[in-house]
Design a protein around this ligand. Structure first.
Ligand code: 5AD
Ligand code: SF4
Length: 445
């Protein structure tokens, strides 16, 4: 059987979305084409996440579903990649015998070889497991990353993490920090621009510690941003994620000096209590975080600030939780990703005493989310009557409208001609909702 169609299910973070685009590009290069439903594919891939218990459970249930497809069509190639693949490795094969290969996030560049090997040995197919965590410089993925036809794209600038926050599995599944060379990054950005991309989001677990040092050339994150700002055809640059302990004054200044850098920063705070931050090994205080916010707003008064926060970290008292709510009220975030703490095997917090019960975590999360909803709505309503610049990304799911985002990363839906897709247009905001803004395009001069 010649395998011709593939389906990739992506779970987890933007880094996984980026990796999945790379996998798709690699498979297209082998002559396969993507399909929309798993039942129509003969190569099935799941790109997994293990940062919390929920995505892990989702991956298992999807593996169950894909295993059933494989039971019906034994020629199907079933692969598991990404962070859960890294963590569980060959163990996954025991639980789901239909799996043909397991690749960790650092082994994805081998995907073409793996598929070719499995195709040629279809009768006596062996299992392939590659979950080495060598800290080599990531293999250039430039040849196979391509735009998925959109106006925006992700570009990974570094992989891994050296921080070891006490709750976090990432350093164990994505390894230590390694940065890509500026040349490799710039080449990828240029390729994307040639495909019609106008906005890129630079990805890394902690982009502030991006560091390329070679005899010939050194580059930190600020100088990388400066280089990207010069690239013709590129309209907007974003980055995620930043760690508050490494947010430098120089980087904050960039929001005021670099034309293409969008007025938005995602700066996870995780908790508002200094005691909890200490046990999380975050290495900043609530006061330091608030200083960053003040400084960012000095440089760009209406910069959008979004964040990640957790409730129910081991030992989190009612008072600690109140400190988190208080920080949210003080900062007035534009948006928040909020999670219930979940134990991850192998992390330091997994062994901590005074775990918080599930129902208490749910109660705290509900209170926090309802507070943030009020703030987000007030913030979005404050934009009513203002004119904003929108990079038009495509047609919105709701018929007849176009959709795009402001520099501050808010979704705007409006009526206009399809010909403005890929352009930055002025939109007058008529209504602000919880998850989007609605407006009308102003005539161009
Ligand atoms: N439990 C709950 N949330 C977690 N995160 C990371 N590890 C855990 C965990 N063990 C959250 C953090 C991080 C986001 C990507 O996921 O808020 O910023
Ligand atoms: Fe999930 Fe973290 Fe892996 Fe992203 S890096 S997929 S968030 S575990």
């Amino acid at each position: 059987m010649v395998h011709t169609k593939f389906f990739i299910k992506t779970m987890g973070c933007q880094m996984n979305e980026y990796d999945s685009d790379f996998l798709a590009g690699s498979l297209i290069d082998l002559g396969l084409s993507p399909v929309d439903v798993p039942e129509a594919a003969d190569v099935l891939l799941i790109n997994t996440c293990t940062v919390r218990a929920k995505p892990e459970q989702k991956a298992y249930s999807l593996l169950g579903r894909f295993s059933e497809i494989k039971n019906r069509k034994s020629d199907v190639i079933l692969g598991v990649v990404g962070c859960l693949a890294q963590q569980k490795s060959a163990e996954l094969l025991k639980r789901f015998p239909g799996i043909d290969f397991v690749l960790g996030p650092r082994d994805l560049s081998g995907i073409r070889g793996v598929i070719q090997e499995l195709q040629s040995a279809i009768r006596k197919r062996k299992k392939i497991v590659a979950t080495e965590l060598e800290n080599s410089i990531p293999a250039p993925k430039t040849a196979f990353t391509r735009s998925n036809g959109g106006v925006t794209a992700f570009v990974s600038i570094m992989e891994g993490c050296n921080n070891f926050c006490s709750y976090c599995i990432v350093p164990y599944v994505r390894g230590r920090e390694v940065s890509r060379s500026p040349d490799d990054i710039i080449l990828e950005v240029r390729n994307l621009i040639a495909c019609g991309v106008k906005e890129i989001t630079l990805l890394g677990q902690n982009v502030n510690s991006y560091c390329w040092a070679e005899a010939r050339e050194t580059s930190d994150f600020v100088s990388l941003l400066a280089k990207l700002d010069e690239i013709e055809g590129l309209r907007r640059v974003r980055f995620t994620t930043s760690h508050p302990k490494d947010l430098s004054g120089e980087l904050i200044e960039c929001f005021g000096t670099l034309n293409k850098l969008c007025p938005h920063i995602h700066l996870p705070f995780q908790a508002g209590s200094n005691e909890v931050l200490k046990r999380m090994k975050r290495r900043y205080t609530r006061e330091k975080y608030m200083d960053h916010v003040a400084r960012l707003r000095e440089v760009v008064p209406d910069i959008a600030i979004t964040s990640d926060v957790m409730v129910g970290f081991p030992g989190e008292s009612e008072q600690d939780f109140e400190s988190t709510l208080d920080l949210i009220r003080s900062v007035q975030f534009d948006g928040l990703f909020s999670f219930k703490y979940s134990d991850r095997k192998g992390t330091v917090s997994n062994e901590m005493p005074d775990k918080i019960g599930e129902s208490e975590k749910s109660r705290r999360l509900k209170i926090l989310q309802s507070l943030q909803k009020q703030i987000t709505l007030i913030k979005n309503k404050a934009i009513e009557g203002r004119t904003v610049e929108v990079l038009v990304e495509g047609q919105s799911k709701k018929g007849g409208q176009l959709t795009g985002r402001t520099g501050s990363n808010k979704t705007v839906n409006f009526i206009s001609d399809k010909e403005v897709i890929g352009e930055i247009v002025n939109v007058y905001i008529e209504r602000g909702f919880l998850n989007s803004l609605r407006g009308r395009q102003l005539l161009r001069m």
